[in-house]
Ligand binder design. Structure first.
Ligand code: NAG
Ligand code: NAG
Ligand code: NAG
Length: 496
């Protein structure tokens, strides 16, 4: 049975495959709107700030460690971090913690903008406990900046090294005065042909700025940088790896109590944001070199780790079944090795679909409260690659059985949109309850974040489907059989 409803899902998905790369331009961040006269109250100062920019992966990761001090006479809990509007739309996975008490978890953050058009927007960080006057706290603010690396030169030969350029501010953008600060850049290796040098008067020690040591650059130390000050700089460094970006990932997980199955399907729209090819692609040259496995800026393959127990995988692209893939089942982890039909060089796109089945009992628990179930699944699975992958938009759907109600979810992945609707396939009477979640600007580091979905599913709901299929004579027989299979799957999930 599992395959029939799943097939229906595939057909529905197939029709939207070509056109689904829809509205990437639609505004993505939910905002609290502020009057244009707003400026963050000057209740904090930054005593000491270090920004680390890590360029090891195909997207920059930035971490700001800052000691903040309340310079107001009252306790304060709202800390603002400004970004240029053009930059804030590229920021993903923005998380703030207490550097000295990481166990306190992630602080509440919101994006706030202005009612008038403005070149600045803010992340508003709410400290879990207000900071007393004169007290200090060390924040660790981490985020990724997507689609911000540019190949220079933009076109290179097939076996050339690739160089990427990143532009950022040597002063960390802040809503407050910063007494002391540095910006450290870590490159994948020491091949850094270009970087902006700043006048030595700017920094406290009056020495060459930045200082380069192997694969790191340090800008600063800068003293008493005023709120809002920026100092743009660029670096250009070797990165002969693909810059893989999914403009869109659609991920469906379909729960079948009846079949005891969790069917997953993922549809990817990838683009390599690295350098384009200067000349035509030469397959002869490509094959001649391939046995040496040299570094390349082309995307050659993707490894998709799946949970152990994943079965029936498939991999199709616009043309059809891609037979160059391999599936390695495993006790700890199953691995789906995908090879696109051609190496994907910079500016080239590749769309494909993968899917697999898994035993529902390893994901579903029946809560003691009777008819309530809890489903725990990874929010994102997706390829694992040393250089990383970024996702512009992830649309996740959890398709629950017909008759499931009272759907709730929880995850530490920042969700920008959520809704519950009915998803009708050809054998359903009511349509399946479907939870749709959207996240933007994710990176592969979010692979291990869980999504927990709870819902009520009265046992009578299980009758609906067999009645539709068999009608009349077989109805009673079928219902008894279905009931039997529900019982065993519940039993299994209790044991697991
Ligand atoms: C698709 O390709 C795989 C190999 O990756 C092969 O095992 C499978 O039989 C193919 N399926 C179809 C329908 O051609
Ligand atoms: C889900 O969306 C509603 C509005 O449609 C919003 O009020 C609610 O906060 C959202 N829930 C989460 C957890 O994001
Ligand atoms: C391709 C596509 O569907 N574009 C639509 C994006 O959204 C705007 C307004 O919301 C539509 O006008 C476009 O047609």
């Amino acid at each position: 049975m599992r395959s029939i409803s799943f097939l229906a899902g595939c057909i529905a998905a197939a029709s939207s495959f070509a056109s689904a790369e829809l509205n990437q331009s639609k505004p993505l961040l939910s905002k609290q709107v502020l009057p244009s006269t707003f400026t963050p109250p000057q209740v904090f100062k930054n005593n000491n700030l270090v920004k680390n920019i890590n360029l090891d992966k195909a997207y920059p990761r930035e971490t700001i460690n800052v000691i903040i001090e309340n310079i107001d006479s009252k306790p304060q809990s709202e800390y603002y971090l400004p970004f240029e509007t053009s930059l804030i739309s590229k920021i993903g996975g923005f998380e703030v913690r207490d550097k000295k008490a990481a166990e306190k978890g992630i602080f509440k953050v919101e994006v706030v903008g202005f009612d008038a058009e403005s070149s600045t927007e803010f992340y508003k960080v709410t400290l879990p406990e207000p900071l007393a006057p004169n007290a200090q706290q060390t924040l660790s603010i981490a985020y990724s900046v997507l689609s911000s690396l540019h190949p220079v030169p933009a076109q290179i030969a097939q076996s050339d090294k690739q160089y990427l350029q990143y532009t950022f501010s040597a002063y960390t953008s802040s809503a407050y005065v910063t007494e002391k600060q540095r910006t450290k850049v870590k490159f994948p290796n020491s091949d850094v042909p270009d970087y902006t040098s700043l006048p030595s008067e700017l920094n406290d020690e009056q020495k060459a700025d930045p200082q380069k040591q192997g694969a790191t650059l340090t800008y600063g130390l800068y003293n008493n940088v005023p709120a809002g000050a920026l100092q743009p700089v660029s670096v250009r460094y070797e990165f002969t790896k693909p810059v893989t970006h999914a403009t869109l990932l659609e991920r469906d997980m379909e729960v079948s109590h009846w079949g005891g199955n969790l069917a997953s399907e993922e549809r990817y729209w990838l683009v390599n944001q690295g350098a384009g090819l200067k000349n035509h692609f030469s397959r002869v040259e490509w094959q001649k070199q391939s046995y040496m496995n040299p570094p390349t800026f082309a995307l050659k393959g993707l490894n998709l780790p799946l949970h152990p127990g994943a079965v029936d995988p498939y991999f199709t692209d616009d043309i059809g079944n891609v037979s160059t893939s391999k599936f390695r089942p495993g006790k700890r982890e199953a691995l789906l090795e995908l090879k696109p039909r051609y190496p994907v060089f910079g500016t080239w796109k590749y769309s494909f679909r993968v899917g697999w089945n898994a035993d529902l009992s390893s994901y579903l628990r029946k809560l003691s409260a009777g008819e309530t179930y809890a489903l725990k699944v990874p929010f994102l699975e997706g390829p694992r690659a040393g250089e990383g992958i970024s996702y512009g938009r992830v649309n996740l759907r959890v398709i629950l059985p017909e008759g499931a109600t009272n759907v709730k979810f929880s995850t530490t992945v920042p969700i920008v949109e959520n809704s519950t609707s009915l998803h009708k396939t050809f054998m359903d009477t009511l349509g399946r309850t479907t939870l749709s979640l959207t996240a933007i600007n994710l990176v592969d580091e979010f692979r291990d974040r869980d999504l927990i979905v709870t819902y009520d599913y009265p046992w009578t709901a299980g009758y609906r489907k067999p009645v539709v299929i068999t009608l009349g004579m077989f109805a009673l027989f079928a219902s008894i059989w279905v009931l039997g299979s529900i019982d065993t799957s519940i039993g299994k999930s209790k044991k697991a």
